[in-house]
Design a protein around this ligand. Structure first.
Ligand code: AHR
Length: 624
């Protein structure tokens, strides 16, 4: 029986309730949202010929750097031929091939010169997988000064995995740099802009806020690879390319060719948020590298440049065009401020080292910019010791908004529909900043965006909406993934080089976002059915597998948990009992080192027990 009391309306539903989280993972940026088709067109990847291969005969390929275009872009490609005609040159493979649409226009451009004293002829073609020409143009490259060459190519037919060829067909020498091929049909028609179909899917979600640039890439696997917003703005050729955090030994499924060109940088992120009608929500590095990786820390007395980056970002986003950083925004074509109100300090950090760094940021930022609402993190675990440690500190630090991250199995989300019912209304607001139901473990190709996951997320969102006086913001993560290049699943939107599609989870997000209520009404549910037996599926930690306990029982006197039959995602069934000293090795490892430990203890002030399960560095607490 469901009773709705309309005579005493509850709180207003938070207008920021459903947002979007974007991170350059799963080739979400280069090879994804960015429409640019050439990989490493600037030749500045640490492996300089990344994406490029030799083609044909009679031409020497060299990477040169004398009299380069600029010190920010020091390398270029030199094609050197003999005296006669040749067909030699290079081709670019694109990001897992290039998606080319029949009838579509493609803007080709490159910087070129010929220092040989004579002109060179360059044949540029887009070809399909069989080498069939889809479009082409011949250029004359001459003179010792760099000059931009461009053409619009119209493709005859469609190809999902095309490539771009550049052949020196006559002449002695051609130097080439900043080679670009981009569909003319981008989001809002911006040259070199974003893929229209992907932004449209994002726009159709109507996200209240847009969080960027992540995710772990904010932190970097090492501090030198952290996201530094200042290197991502201004002329594209001056943006410094770095390795992506998802291209390291630490990534679940590393992609060795994964770099960040910053074609999508902080200016474009702000602009995209504006296009979507979403509040921009940037997250900045707080002086810590990713704790799942190196845990490298900036000493507290050396944090000043990091805090200065935050101050400068506020000026870049909100300052007038007369200020130093506001002028840089204006020079990029946006004299009006972006109106940023939210700023995250650190991504998914935990431990005392995080809280002392947050405090340094908060002290300066709250004094200089009280208008900015700061977001702090509670770490990666939906519950457990770290979580219990974080929240009292977050309250003490009077953090305005706390970012929680929860990846777990569908039953966790069903159960946690009541998560926020008892959150302290006088403490910080909560932000469920990353979450997704996992059908199986994250790295597994079998982890699907299935209906069960979507329904569990929907149930969870009813709890978020009902409690949106305290949990004011939420975002599913990750947002996008390339079919051929993912490191993480599930994801809200999938794409290949030409197509994109939304998942059941996407439609749940859209439903709650587009049909957000104005106020809540108190609801009383009377369920005559007996309470469900203790047991079920529980997620182990934020990034871990699910384990199913079929007959869970507790021996209170001996503080022992009898798990009965239990099953991992990989289908291993065990009969066992655990006490706080027991360690169980799963017969078939779920992945890597699959050692579970289990601890049972009385929950203070409550009737029931908690068992705390650890698997690797993940953990989860189950209470009843
Ligand atoms: O969303 C994928 C990753 O999950 C994010 O980069 C990180 O914040 C979390 O661990």
């Amino acid at each position: 029986e469901v009773e709705v009391d309309l005579s005493t309306p509850g709180h207003k539903v938070s207008p920021r309730l459903i947002g979007a989280f974007f991170e350059d993972i799963n080739f979400g940026a280069d090879g994804g949202l960015c429409a640019e088709l050439v990989k490493n067109g600037s030749l500045e990847a640490p492996k300089p010929l990344l994406g490029w291969s030799r083609l044909g005969q009679g031409v020497e390929i060299e990477l040169a750097s004398e009299a380069a275009m600029s010190s920010a872009n020091p390398r270029y490609l030199r094609l050197e031929g003999g005296d006669g005609a040749s067909d030699g040159g290079v081709f670019n493979e694109g990001f897992r091939g290039m998606g080319i649409r029949g009838g579509g226009d493609y803007r080709l451009s490159f910087q070129g010169r010929s220092t040989a004293g004579s002109a060179a002829r360059l044949r540029v073609r887009v070809v399909d997988e069989q080498g069939q020409e889809l479009a082409g143009e011949t250029f004359t490259v001459e003179g010792s000064a760099w000059r931009r060459h461009e053409a619009t190519l119209r493709a005859d037919t469609t190809a999902n995995k095309a490539r771009l060829e550049l052949r020196l067909v006559a002449g002695k020498l051609a130097d080439l740099d900043l080679i670009s091929l981009c569909p003319a049909d981008t989001w809002k028609g911006r040259p070199g802009g974003l893929r229209r179909d992907l932004v449209q899917l994002l726009a159709d979600l109507k996200p209240a806020f847009f969080r960027f640039p992540g995710g772990c890439i904010v932190e970097g696997s090492e501090l030198k690879y952290r996201y530094q917003w200042k290197t991502t703005i201004g002329p594209r050729e001056e943006r410094r390319l770095i390795v992506n955090r998802w291209n390291t030994e630490f990534a679940h499924r590393p992609a060795p060719d994964y770099y960040q060109s910053f074609n999508l940088g902080f200016f474009e992120y702000f602009q995209l948020a504006e296009d979507l009608g979403s509040e921009p929500l940037p997250i900045l590095n707080c002086g810590m590298a990713c704790q799942f990786n190196t845990s490298e820390l900036v000493p507290l007395n050396e944090l000043a440049p990091y805090i200065q980056d935050a101050l400068d970002l506020i000026e870049f986003a909100n300052g007038s065009a007369e200020t130093t950083w506001g002028a840089k925004r204006a020079a990029m074509g946006h004299p009006e401020p972006f109106g940023m109100k939210l700023l995250g300090v650190g991504n998914e950090q935990w431990g005392p080292e995080y809280f002392e760094r947050y405090e340094e940021f908060a002290r300066v930022l709250q004094e200089r910019h009280p208008e900015i609402e700061l977001i702090s993190t509670s770490g990666p675990f939906p519950s457990g010791d770290l979580f219990d440690y974080a929240w009292p500190l977050l309250r003490k630090q009077q953090v305005p908004i706390v970012d929680e991250h929860c990846y777990a199995c569908p039953d966790w989300f069903l159960r946690e529909a009541h998560r926020y019912d008892n959150y302290d209304r006088n403490g910080p607001q909560a932000f469920m900043g990353e979450y997704a139901a996992q059908s199986v473990q994250i790295v597994s190709p079998r982890n699907r965006n299935n209906l069960r996951c979507a329904i569990a997320e929907a149930a969870f969102l009813t709890g978020i909406e009902r409690n949106s006086d305290v949990v004011t913001m939420s975002a599913y993560a990750p947002l996008m993934a390339h079919e051929d290049g993912w490191q993480w699943r599930p994801n809200l939107i999938w794409f290949d080089n030409l197509k994109s599609y939304a998942t059941p989870s996407y439609y749940v997000q859209q439903l709650f976002s587009k049909h957000r209520g104005d106020i809540t009404a108190p609801v009383k549910i009377t369920d005559p059915r007996p309470a469900p037996p203790v047991g079920g599926r529980f997620g182990l930690g934020s990034h871990r597998s699910c384990v199913e306990f079929r007959k869970l029982s507790v021996d209170a006197e001996n503080q022992t948990v009898h798990l009965g039959d239990w099953e991992t995602d990989e289908g291993v069934v065990r009969q066992t009992s655990l006490d706080s000293a027991t360690r169980v090795l799963v017969g078939e490892p779920v992945s890597g080192d699959a050692t579970f430990t289990c601890q049972a203890r009385k929950v203070s002030g409550r009737e029931g027990f908690a068992i705390f399960l650890r698997y690797g560095d993940g953990g989860s607490r189950i209470e009843w």
